[in-house]
Ligand binder design. Structure first.
Ligand SMILES: [Zn+2]
Length: 151
């Protein structure tokens, strides 16, 4: 995903593949994955339910220092044994910064509420406008004085 997503700590919808590589054996086959090397998340044809993941916010320097980070997400890995009441396993999600986001990942962060535009500051009067105001007041005073003297 783009590095800026990690810098912002975006919340993403991640569409997991149907089959995940087994992290216990690295795909070689073990008891955890039933010697398959992979774990199947859902039956064939069933649509993926996007997983919501909030990225840790990383500083650009930290991003440059490591090419990938691994998020450990409990309860989202392999399904429990059929018939057992166990919880799903630990999902290891490897996040790599790149120019283009993977098609299975999209940003769902709610855009932060935009700060209201600052109220237009009252512009001070130009010298010409100040002169006009002064003249208008002076005229009003003159007419008032004239009115009083003619009464
Ligand atoms: Zn395995």
């Amino acid at each position: 995903m783009p590095a800026r997503w990690l810098e912002r700590g975006e919340t993403l919808a991640v569409e997991l593949p149907r089959n995940l590589s087994c992290a216990v054996c690295g795909g070689g086959g073990c008891d955890a994955c039933g010697r398959a090397g992979a774990i199947t998340l859902r039956p064939k044809g069933e649509p993926a339910v996007p997983l919501e993941v909030t990225l840790p916010r990383l500083e650009p320097e930290a991003l440059r220092a490591q090419s990938a980070i691994v998020l450990r997400i409990p309860g989202q890995g392999g399904p429990p044994e059929p018939g057992s009441n166990g919880v799903r396993g630990l999902l290891l999600l490897k996040v790599t910064a790149s120019d283009e986001p993977d098609p299975s990942v999209r940003v769902i962060s709610v855009p932060s509420v935009r700060a209201p535009e600052p109220k237009e500051a009252r512009t001070p009067l130009s010298p010409r406008e100040r002169l006009q105001v002064a003249l208008a007041i002076a005229l009003a005073v003159v007419f008032f004085v004239l009115y009083l003297s003619l009464r």
